[in-house]
Write a protein that binds this ligand. Structure first.
Ligand code: ADP
Length: 388
């Protein structure tokens, strides 16, 4: 089945056309500046599409120009927030679209864009099945002691304030791949998965299921990220609020100006590692804070899963930065983790083990592929709906 995978943001739309059976990507692209057309048509300025419907026309033209008259079997959407309702991918109809829309307050930047993408496709290709694949779904197995915050019940019942967790599609995909690589049945896999990209989160996997994860009510909690602070004392916000910072100021501070950027002045791990190697003290300090935070979570999740039998690194930093992996592993001596320096330094696109045989638990690098996971889930939902 050919699946069009759509990841719509508020002003961008990423897409891939995938052949699910062959596991191949036939076409991919990114449309930016949606709704930001300059209006004047000035010199050399690229004008973005007016809205998501116009962006979709551009996708449709690209498919036609590059691939000719091929028959799409379905569209798979990455939807950021599935709230408490969605524990797995679903076939989209009007009721599902409205349910995603009702979750807008929980993901004000993302879910509205997903809904625009879904509606634009229903209008253009009304007969094409669409599937929503939720970033939160894999974490629906969290036990209450892991998802509940220690605040009055009313915040949960009236405002939905609890841990949801994100990056679920990646954590689930990587968990499966890790169990495969270690030749352990998925239902017997206990481990810790560290997804380290611009956004970063770590998940505790027990018997193949998510039992705790570092992102919370929003993707801000947990690890130190490219521009997000991760964990801090919430009183800092109260303190700054009293000093006159508005909610918007705080949002910008913690989501866009913090993390590696706030600590080292640069949100790109490559540059921070280079600066530290060149002797820049604040870059070295940023790496120490970032690697320590992750190591602390690995220790906590080792407990959460009843003894991790694997530690897995994935996403941009996890797959590529042997320096960062080694900084984290150096802090995990108490767990008996020992990296093989040669295997760690080797560059590869393949799932692999980078620890020594003596390491108390194997350390793995598994490349993630969210689009592939979305395409496969979409094809599976559409095929099983057709069989009913
Ligand atoms: P996103 O969350 O946007 O998908 P990615 O998974 O692409 O992010 O990860 C981006 C991060 O990966 C950046 O911090 C970048 O510096 C880091 N990264 C990418 N390639 C390398 C590399 N070769 N060495 C070190 N870090 C890398």
């Amino acid at each position: 089945m050919l699946v069009l995978v759509i990841n719509s943001g508020s002003s961008s739309l990423k897409y891939q056309v995938r052949d699910v059976a062959a596991g191949s990507v036939l076409l991919e692209g990114l449309i930016e500046k949606i709704g930001m057309g300059n209006g004047g048509g000035g010199d050399g300025e690229i004008e973005g599409p007016r809205d998501h419907a116009e962006a979709l026309e551009m996708v449709s033209t690209a498919i036609h120009d590059e691939l000719g008259e091929l028959e799409l079997g379905a569209v798979g959407h990455r939807v950021v927030h599935g709230g408490e309702r969605f524990a797995e991918p679903v076939l989209i109809d009007n009721e599902i679209t409205r349910a995603i829309e009702r979750l807008n307050p929980l993901a004000p930047l993302h879910n509205p864009a997903n809904v625009l993408g879904i509606r634009a496709i229903s209008k253009k290709w009304p007969d094409l099945p669409q599937v929503a694949v939720f970033d939160t779904a894999f974490h629906r197995t969290l036990p209450e002691h892991a998802w509940r915050y220690a605040v009055p019940e009313e915040l949960y019942t009236n405002h939905g304030i609890r841990r949801y967790g994100f990056h679920g599609t990646s954590h689930e995909y990587v968990t499966r791949q890790a169990a495969d690589l270690l030749d352990v049945p998925l239902g017997e896999f206990d481990g810790v998965i560290a997804h380290l990209g611009n956004g970063a989160s770590v998940t505790a996997i027990r018997a193949g299921q998510s039992v705790d994860t570092s992102m919370g009510f929003t993707p801000l909690e947990g690890l130190v990220m490219g521009t997000r602070s991760g964990d801090l004392d919430p009183s800092i916000l109260v303190f700054l609020g009293r000093a006159g910072w508005t909610p918007e100021d705080l949002d910008t501070l913690l989501n866009r100006e913090s993390g590696l950027k706030g600590l080292a002045g640069n949100n790109d791990m490559r540059s921070v590692v280079e600066a530290a190697e060149a002797g820049e003290a604040r870059a070295a300090a940023a790496l120490a804070v970032t690697s320590y935070r992750l190591a602390k979570y690995v220790g906590a999740y080792h407990v959460a899963v009843g003894g991790a039998k694997a530690l897995v690194f994935t996403a941009g930093i996890g797959e590529n930065s042997h320096q960062f992996r080694s900084l984290v592993a150096d802090r995990l001596g108490a767990l008996g983790v020992v990296l093989d320096a040669g295997l760690n330094a080797r560059r590869s696109k393949e799932p692999r083990v980078i620890s020594t045989p003596e390491s108390a638990l194997p350390v793995l690098v598994i490349p993630t592929d969210e689009e592939r996971a979305i395409a496969e889930a979409t094809a599976a939902v559409v095929s099983s709906a057709a069989a009913e």
